[in-house]
Design a protein around this ligand. Structure first.
Ligand SMILES: *Cc1c(COP(=O)(O)O)cnc(C)c1O
Length: 231
């Protein structure tokens, strides 16, 4: 079995290769180490190997881990966020990747206003129109973005997606490409990223190379770093 540090090195090398082979600079891509259900020990091990960005799916778990982690560890929220968890969510994360409805955005806006802070967010898109997945449908994304744009505490930095379960990387690639094209279209229509580069969070352990070739700027990798997730 390889160590977490070795796994991180391997994933980083793969990111570099996928970036170079598609004419991109490796620095355009950030690795989110998805640590859900792994103990804080494992996160600290990854931190020791230079990995400072993590992804968490559950609020209560994130609260406990945040208390045990040093400030240099940043956490993106990548799970389904319930509207009644906005208050605590506003305090924990450097980015919330899963904003998929206006009610949630408004709840976050209220809490951030009360705290006097802002939050970077991504709009989660259900790019495969999979009835079992969260995320705004592609056809409704423009309306959602138009509703979120006036909320001055939220900075929309781009889009995130979890594609339907695919047989292989090439099947997933079609969805990644769709997300990028949708992002470019939405950007032209709403100017939602302003002058900033648009973030595309897509790709997990099985398909992050294909996602990078299709334009991912954030890849969310768990198993390939931490091993099999405890149930
Ligand atoms: C668990 C999870 C991941 C990581 O999946 P792996 O296959 O373990 O790399 C990525 N994104 C989301 C939203 C997840 O819930």
């Amino acid at each position: 079995m390889s160590t977490i540090a070795e796994n991180i090195e391997r994933v980083r090398n793969n990111i570099t290769d996928a970036a170079r082979s598609s004419g991109r600079h490796p620095d355009e891509i950030r690795l989110v180490a998805v640590s859900k259900r792994f103990t804080t020990d494992k996160i600290l091990e990854a931190l020791g190997a230079g990995q400072t960005l993590f992804g968490e799916n559950y609020i209560q778990e994130a609260v406990e881990k945040r208390e045990q982690l040093p400030a240099e560890a940043a956490i993106h929220f990548i799970g389904h966020l319930q509207s009644n968890k906005c208050k605590v969510a506003a305090t924990l994360f450097s980015m919330i990747e899963t904003v998929d409805r206006l009610k949630l955005a408004r709840g976050l806006q209220r809490q951030l206003e009360a705290r006097g802070t802002t939050m970077d967010i991504l709009i989660q898109v259900n790019i495969g129109e999979d009835p079992n997945k969260s995320g705004v449908l592609p056809d409704n994304a423009e309306e959602l973005i138009s509703g979120v744009l006036p909320l001055d505490r939220l900075n929309i930095r781009g889009l995130m997606t979890i594609p339907p379960i695919c047989r292989d990387e090439d099947e997933a690639r079609v969805y990644f490409r769709k997300l990028r094209i949708l992002g470019e279209t939405l950007r032209q229509r709403t100017n939602f990223c302003g002058n900033m580069a648009m973030e595309l969070s897509m790709g997990m352990s099985g398909d992050y190379r294909a996602a990078i070739e299709e334009g991912a700027t954030l890849v969310r990798v768990g198993t390939a770093i931490f091993g099999r997730r405890p149930v």
